[in-house]
Design a protein around this ligand. Structure first.
Ligand code: AMP
Ligand code: MG
Length: 519
């Protein structure tokens, strides 16, 4: 197994003078040298063929004992220099101070087969200076969820960090899943995440909060030069800084539109869990919309305030970017460009939302009727408790018109609501059909809809079923699910079971509709 590393972050940014995992405040530095803590019996449980190919790794490389040792945290390859980075963040609306990579240890920046830079990061590889009161480990159930969802999102075309592999540690980790005094040992695991950069909004907030303008300046320049090559034409200075923050805002807007399009709820949109590259990052108590409900959150820790509910995600991202703007204002003599970038967020999100409304309904790009029609449909779906994924996909499978409702009956969770809401849906379908008739290209409508509306998403109960089987030592559920999710927009004959709506038993089961941060 050969990987080439070019560890620019370590070279360019200040290092914590103390080495090792002792918990501490780390002022004036972006990273700390810390090695993964070895585990008893690392074993590769699953891996992503696409990410392996990106890194130039072959099946033969992955099936070696060396691979499990390296990606379980027991060995390093030449060129790997492990470290944890330092960041802060606003958690649930409050400034939380220093957080940092408490259970993530980067191994280095690999140069991928396509020449791109891909940082390899182990999640769950043991304590770091940022572990605070926790153990730096991750349990198998949450690692399976991160592994599968990273790859599912990528195949859906949603910007995301990737996952190379899932490695079982052969050790138990003790967790109190619902914080109710019932701690229990669970199998541990390590996921190797892969992304061009794991820098988060909180990386910039921390030096700003500490008044360390010089460090903030260095970090911003480093980020622009390494991670935003499209800005390389611009000389360092106010204009480049403004263009950079604008990029962060517009990329985040695009990301939010994707989440809303596919029905993904992040669950913990703290500023330390938002990437400056506009990638989905930190898969914790996330969830997927079954019945369309803008107020739903999978995160039991957020059950009261529902700050991170599905429908609020675009506004929360704006709030988070406003916190970053506040941090960056230390570098701006004139705050106007920061305001303009935030406006660019709102404008970009609105444009994406319009485009997605047209795409999901199969109407031509820019169709002015799409947004109001979509708004009305969302109201109907919510009121009648209808499965989002099944409804949109099914809508594209049948000729438009009131007669299209009957084949969509299965998308309704409550037969009584189907009956009660039927006239409203039929009226909507009649208007929709009239619009489609004006277009008169049924094949184009279906094509657009199949590209915007996935058949397969990582429904919470599907992940939980795979997790239950994995706990019994059977990984085939994880492998099957990964296979299905590699082609989410294709009809996959024989795999209909993966495209069914949430069964009744899963409505209130832990892991299926309720998830805690305990992971
Ligand atoms: P989260 O919001 O779950 O992404 O995590 C918030 C902070 O807690 C981050 O600094 C994490 O690194 C840290 N953290 C979460 N779980 C653990 C753990 N098991 N051990 C050490 N640190 C953790
Ligand atoms: Mg996090």
């Amino acid at each position: 197994m050969e990987l080439h590393f070019d560890n620019t972050l370590l070279r360019a940014l200040p290092r914590d003078p103390i080495d090792g995992p002792q918990v501490r405040q780390v002022p004036g530095a972006v990273w700390s040298s810390v090695a993964p803590t070895p585990v008893a019996a690392p074993r590769v449980l699953a891996w992503s063929p696409e990410v392996a190919a990106l890194l130039g790794l072959k099946q033969d490389d992955i099936e070696t004992a060396e691979f499990a040792q390296v990606f379980g945290g027991n060995a390093l390859l030449p060129g790997m220099v492990p470290y944890a980075t330092n960041y802060g963040g606003h958690q649930f609306g409050n400034w939380a101070g220093q957080l940092g990579d408490g259970r993530a240890i980067s191994l280095g920046e690999a140069i991928a087969a396509d020449g791109s830079r891909q940082e390899l990061q182990l999640k769950g590889a043991g304590p770091t200076p940022y572990s605070r009161f926790a153990d730096g480990r991750a349990v198998l159930r949450s690692s399976i969820r991160e592994f599968l969802c990273s790859e599912a999102m990528a195949h859906l075309g949603v910007p995301t960090t990737r996952a190379l592999c899932l490695v079982g540690t052969g050790e138990d980790v003790v967790r109190d899943m619902f914080y109710d005094g019932h701690a229990a040992p669970e199998p541990g695991a390590v996921v190797c995440r892969v992304a061009p950069s794991f820098l988060r909004l909180g990386h910039y907030e921390l030096p700003a909060a500490r008044g360390d303008t010089a460090l903030l300046r260095r970090l911003v320049d480093f980020t622009i030069e390494r991670d935003f090559p499209e800005l390389s034409e611009l000389a360092p200075g106010a204009e480049r800084d403004a263009a950079w923050f604008t990029q962060i805002c517009t990329r985040t807007a695009v990301l939010m539109a994707h989440w809303m399009r596919v029905g993904f709820v992040h669950g913990v949109m703290n500023t330390d869990n938002l990437s400056v590259l506009g990638l989905t990052i930190d898969y914790g108590p996330y969830g997927w919309i079954d019945d369309y409900d803008p107020d739903w959150t999978p995160n039991t820790t957020d059950a009261q305030g529902r700050r991170y509910r599905f429908g609020w995600q675009p506004q929360v991202a704006f709030w988070n970017l406003s916190r970053l703007a506040g941090a960056l204002s230390l570098l701006f003599a004139d705050p106007a460009p920061l305001q303009e970038a935030l406006q660019a967020y709102a404008d970009t999100y609105a444009a994406c939302e319009r485009a997605d409304a047209a795409a999901k309904l199969g109407l031509p790009e820019g169709a002015p009727e799409a947004p109001p029609l979509m708004a009305e449909l969302r109201g109907l779906l919510h009121g009648a408790e209808v499965d989002m994924t099944l409804f949109f996909r099914g809508l594209g499978d049948h000729a438009p018109g009131p007669q299209a409702l009957a084949p969509l009956a299965d998308a309704f969770y409550d037969p009584d609501k189907y009956t009660a809401h039927r006239p409203a849906f039929e009226a909507w379908l009649t208007r929709y059909a009239a619009l489609c008739a004006g277009e008169d290209d049924e094949a184009a409508r279906q094509r657009r809809m199949r590209a915007a509306n996935p058949r397969y998403v990582l429904r919470n109960y599907l992940a939980q079923e795979a997790i239950d089987r994995a706990h019994d030592g059977d990984l085939t559920g994880v492998h099957e699910l990964l296979e299905v999710l590699r082609h989410p927009y294709d009809d996959q004959p024989g795999r209909e079971a993966f495209a069914r709506k949430r069964p009744d038993w899963a409505r209130t089961r832990a892991g299926c509709s309720m998830l805690s941060c305990s992971s």
